[in-house]
Design a protein around this ligand. Sequence first.
Ligand code: ADP
Ligand code: MG
Length: 604
Amino acid sequence: MDIIHLLPDTVANQIAAGEVVQRPSSVLKELVENSLDAGAQHIDIIVSDSGKTLLQVVDDGKGMSATDARMAFERHATSKISTAADLFNLQTMGFRGEALASIAAVSQVSMTTRRKEDELGTKLEMAGAEVIAQDYCQCPVGTSIAVKNLFFNTPARRRFMKTNSTELKNLYQDFYRIALVYPKVHFTFTSNGECVYNLEPCTTRQRIVQLLAKIGKCDFNDQLLTVDTETELISIKGYVSKPEAGQKNAYQYLFVNGRYMRHPYFHKAIINAYQGLLGADSQPHYFIYFTIAAHDIDVNIHPTKTEIKFADEQAIWPLLYAAVRETLGKFDARPSLDFDQTDAPVIPVLDREQKSRLTMPTTGYSGYNPFEPHGHTGRQQDSGYQKRNWQQESNLKHWQDLYEGFESRSKGEDEGLLPDDGITLVDQVANRWLMCKTADELVLIDQHRAHTRVLYDNYIATHGQQHTSQQLLFPELWQLNADTAAIVREMLDEIKSLGFELQKFGTTAFSVTAVPAELGDNNPISALNNILNNATGENALMTRNEAITLALANSAAISAGKKLSTEQMQQLLRDWLKCPQKAITPDGKPTLTTITFDEIARKL
Ligand code: ADP
Ligand code: MG
């Protein structure tokens, strides 16, 4: 029986949408980037209910022909690149050709678009990736795309959206990241009928001041010092705040070739330049714009394109550090600044592993497993506590949002990643949860789920590589019925690549002689049954490989009931914090819950 078939486009697009469209602000980002790529000079953003019911972007860009209007919604359909080589010479924000397809897969889209040379424009209506209507229409030159009822056909994801105020905050955040790079473009932002931003074309400095004036920082212009360094490798321009303007939640933005990026390593260079100038709780504001040859960076690491890999990070670090120091010195912000040897910066040298963690958290996990393979399993407790409900959703989003910011905000000691001023470990509770605290809340992290997330991300990153096996002292027998044995025979290579060694034993059984090393003492038969269940189960949001990987991660993760040493807890926390989707397990279960100090106070 052949079991492999191509997924219908609608399903494939929904899967891709999981990566590209995480929340309304992802839609905003993608649509506005498209408008900018189309050469727009004026962009209106209109949202209702924080983008949940409507998110519309209207531009005066070059528009599309009737055929292109339809093509734009196909997956991997783009006008921006044609060959793999183009990936290393990107001149546009987009290039993957998957945003519109992904957005259309999970919403209802209406678009009107017209090119200058066409008398009539095109109107297109779509829902869940199906074209409902296409017609000619009268419309201005440019494109208007309205995305309605986001996630209308994926209830689980819809439930995941947070309160309007949080989603609105996310929208602003993504809006800032773009508006700060395109000061010459006129942006308006209208939320529930009220025009919140009307940003006229201006200089970069004015744009920063415009935006920050909105949040009550009227005197910000006086606080900004200019950074300006030009070398053969890179041009570093922008603004940093005077040390005394620093604050706890500072505005910190790094851009490369017009694209916002997260980059803890470069963040550290800037922070180090302020050494001795800031109070304990204070962070500088910065708005730094890199310009570098397109072939010196790799943008194509993650669908959202905020992780960017540099060919020569270690050469850029001291340039950035020196540029900021020079600025601080020039404006007399650093009283006794000298650049002699004794004051030379210590550039953190990254080994390969750290490097990949810093720049590619999604693909670079090192695979370090701090938990000894022969620990007590405590498997019995698993089934009960996995059946928890979803009441913590709002918390989750909050945490997801919070941690998105952490990577760029953390002070970053040693590895530059543990947000030491953000979250601190308190202790393990009931051998099951890690209790942590932040400035204003208690956080309980489910050790099993958090570790599942860590292992899963690691396996996905190393997909295709053979897992290491560990021989069993005594083979175990995996007994199946005729149907499932047939499925297992077909999956044998897949199962073996995970690190299992199986031999046929009669017609419906297998003898298991080795298991993936990470599995340790966990029962290999239940792990295999898990894998089989997940591989054959229905899960529209996961590929088969992801489902199998999840089963393995789940079976290998430290179980509830296992006592952990402080070091193990720290390691788990560190690893977990690096996972981009840390707030949920790959199958959508919450990994943490929080209780604010206010809530505690109210109860007492
Ligand atoms: P990408 O931006 O990666 O090419 P998208 O799915 O975002 O992929 O868009 C697909 C194509 O649709 C783009 O390559 C572009 O040709 C066209 N397009 C999308 N939005 C606009 C717009 N606002 N104006 C003109 N063309 C657009
Ligand atoms: Mg795009």
